[in-house]
Design a protein around this ligand. Sequence first.
Ligand code: NAD
Length: 490
Amino acid sequence: MSSLVACWRDEPAKLLIDGALRSGRGGEFTTVNPATEEVLGSAANADGTDLDEAIGAARRAFDETGWARDAARRTRCLRQLGEALRTHSDELRELTVAEAGVPVALTHGPQLDIPIEHLTWFADLADGYAWRRDLGVAAPMGVRSRRTLFAEPAGVVAGITPWNFPHQITFAKLGPALAAGNTVVLKPAPETPWCAAAVGALIAEETDIPPGVVNVVTSADHGIGARLVADTRVDLVSFTGSTATGRSVMAAAAGTLKKVFLELGGKSACVVLDDADLAAACAMAAFMVCTHAGQGCALTTRLLVPRARYDEAVEAAAAAMSRIRCGDPADRRTICGPLISARQRDRVESYLATAADEGGKIVCGGGRPHAKGFYVEPALVAGLTNEARVAREEIFGPVLVVLAHDGDDDAVRIANDSPYGLSGAVHGADPDRARAVAARIRTGTLSVNGAVWYSADVPFGGYKQSGIGREMGVAGFEEYLETKVVAEPA
Ligand code: NAD
């Protein structure tokens, strides 16, 4: 592949169906650079017939080829995919910055380079996995029987992804799904078709992954995702996106009672205890919410500080936030790029208006810093309680709401008083006390005093309306498996 951005400017990015890179029957749809608002080019627009063929190809590859039973072949292919992605990482980097507005600095971490390495972790896990386990001999109802447990792939997986971490989420699904022996129909978000099409092109051109094992259906139509979920030939849905869409996915999957696992939204709390280094903790919280313009499901968007030091906390967070550059994602110094679309920018601005209507103060930010691009200056909201809409609903932008707490119990109560339960953070000078607070917060991941949980071996996911199931880690791999037990006379 030469520069994909240059190449696809003239010729639309293709679907991958049954091993072939193809146009879409629905024509094409454009993809836009959120930093400039310019059209980058277009991508194939899959229609229902394309989707039907993709699911059919995935079904045949699962049922009629040796893929599901050949673990060594699968891990070889996965390593090969990792190698191809590494070889083309600079093109993928350019593409990701241009299409998703991801700050280039983050592509050297969780937006690209780290998730590529995660594919190798899943290949290693599958190589050492106990696919067959002897459960020993027992005599239930007097019949002596030897029982053997087999871990088997679930079948055809629908992988449905959002736009905010296009590669991280794609690889967190493809890695375990393929290592476990499934076949996949990947349906990326309409905002980032090129990121997914690039992976499809690499699979077709530079790996031995057999036809039909991975199919990539880019489409402007969200309804393609809905059809994929409802299709009887799909065995498992691995969905990442908003809680509202997750609800529809779960309801649609009920018709065929297929397994769903859902990675959804968040409204995570950063709890600062009264013995913490307040200024440092608030500065860190302000910085974190600006990364990728706040478009991260696990970011802590509620800052809970001791009531007696509320004003001091607001000042420290505002000082840190005001120093953040909000600008060109291709600049290595940028951590806060644009929002993905005009729609998303309008949504963030409307939440800031709601905060002001509810009596909140926008301490800093909230404006449009550039004439072009879907930018919003990082904003700090103070003077509200956890009942305010900006404290309860996921905004998905660079907005931090500062709330007061009256001690550890109250902080835990407020942190847990949310429909979400994805992630969070605790800061405190006494590690035992901070750990005790972390233990009471009902979320899937927590950081104490700045420690980082993000890693291939760490299962990630949510409590409550943040999701069902876990992605990554051994638990994330096992989401893609069925369990079979065979009993024989002993
Ligand atoms: P979204 O829910 O609008 O869309 C996600 C995907 O679902 C897209 O591919 C979309 O086309 C598809 N889709 C839309 N309607 C569908 C339907 N009825 N059936 C099946 N598929 C359908 O989300 P988004 O705006 O693309 O992404 C932002 C959201 O994703 C935020 O809420 C964020 O918190 C969440 N997210 C969660 C995680 C996590 O791991 N928990 C990670 C990243 C993003």
